[in-house]
Design a binder for this molecule. Structure first.
Ligand SMILES: Cc1cc2nc3c(=O)[nH]c(=O)nc-3n(C[C@H](O)[C@H](O)[C@H](O)COP(=O)(O)OP(=O)(O)OC[C@H]3O[C@@H](n4cnc5c(N)ncnc54)[C@H](O)[C@@H]3O)c2cc1C
Ligand code: FES
Length: 277
């Protein structure tokens, strides 16, 4: 992080990858080379700005163990993300961070992991997937299941990673879409209705959920009914943020600041907070 956490540093766009090909959403991954190395842990985020337009919050989407650049995966939704989507390789983004708590990777050691993600929800979990699959870390974690959901086959992101992830020891990847389409031979339906058909040990599993709020709630309930205690179910929240530093009060839930105390929370913590997410 720069000495002044309000002062962004320049990051050159090295490459832009078009992730989705559907008409309903436009998601791109930006490979960035910041002026100085940004060390981050899975689950942390940056504030990213386009001068004259504004600043927005994005989770790191790349391998935290790779130090020569970072990746942000950005869906076009409004003013700032539209402006970012207009940029090209060679242009500059301005970033501040890393901010937030990140996933408790040490606490996860010795456990199996079950990722349930919806659409863009895979982006903030990708650093954790890369971290646990790294050759120096893989033995610290048990079996890994991933249920990756998307509205349609064209809405999956990071599809170029799936074969590499699945080739690692004890990694099982399942894909599901909302409604059947011709040619699709994988799961159909919402993940909360499907995870009960996957073999896993609820007593020794960490459940990781990222997606829209309704998906978080339904899958947390499904995990609970399958034996995963709420202090072993984790999610990452996307509240509106401004400062990212616990100063502006924009992102609070009750007395907790999502930018400072989160964005990663266990369901046990969320159950004790007002249901505002
Ligand atoms: C910790 C964190 C991590 C995030 N990671 C990513 C990421 O990896 N990739 C990504 O594409 N987006 C991510 N977001 C969401 C992203 O910050 C917003 O989509 C972005 O700020 C929208 O800015 P805009 O100016 O383009 O849209 P605006 O013009 O501000 O808004 C456009 C629309 O998006 C909605 N919106 C804006 N911000 C949010 C938000 N935080 N949550 C839900 N809806 C919102 C608005 O209500 C409006 O409908 C993250 C948010 C947080 C807090
Ligand atoms: S974004 Fe300012 S307090 Fe969290």
């Amino acid at each position: 992080m720069s000495m002044n956490p309000y002062l962004p540093i320049p990051a050159r766009i090295e490459e832009i990858i078009q992730e989705t090909t559907s008409d309903s959403q436009d998601v791109k991954t930006y490979r960035l080379k910041p002026k100085t190395v940004i060390d981050f842990m899975p689950g942390q985020f940056v504030e990213c700005s386009v001068p004259g337009v504004g600043e927005s919050t994005f989770g790191f989407a790349s391998n935290p163990l790779v130090k020569d650049g970072i990746e942000l995966t950005i869906k076009r939704t409004g003013r700032v993300t539209q402006a970012i989507h207009m940029l090209s390789a060679g242009d500059t983004l301005w970033i501040r961070g890393p901010f937030g708590n990140g996933f408790p990777v040490d606490f996860f050691e010795g456990h199996d992991l079950f990722f349930v993600v919806g659409g863009l929800g895979l982006a903030p979990l990708r650093p954790l997937i890369e971290y646990v699959l790294d050759k120096n870390n893989r033995d610290k974690y048990g079996k890994i299941n991933m249920m990756i959901a998307a509205r349609t086959p064209k809405d999956f992101i990071f599809t170029y990673d799936y074969d590499r992830w699945a080739s690692c020891r004890d990694v099982h990847i399942y894909q599901t879409i909302d409604a059947a389409v011709p040619g699709w031979d994988k799961f159909v339906g919402f993940p909360n209705n499907l995870i009960k058909d996957i073999e896993f040990d609820g007593q020794n599993t960490i459940g990781l959920i990222c997606g829209p709020p309704i998906m978080i709630k339904l899958n947390a309930a499904a995990f609970k009914s399958l034996g995963i205690a709420t202090d072993r179910i984790y999610t990452t929240l996307e509240m509106r943020m401004t400062c990212g530093l616990g100063k502006c009060g924009k992102c609070n839930i009750g007395h907790r600041y999502v930018c400072l105390d989160g964005p990663v929370f266990s369901m046990k913590e969320l159950d004790e907070m007002p249901g505002e997410y």
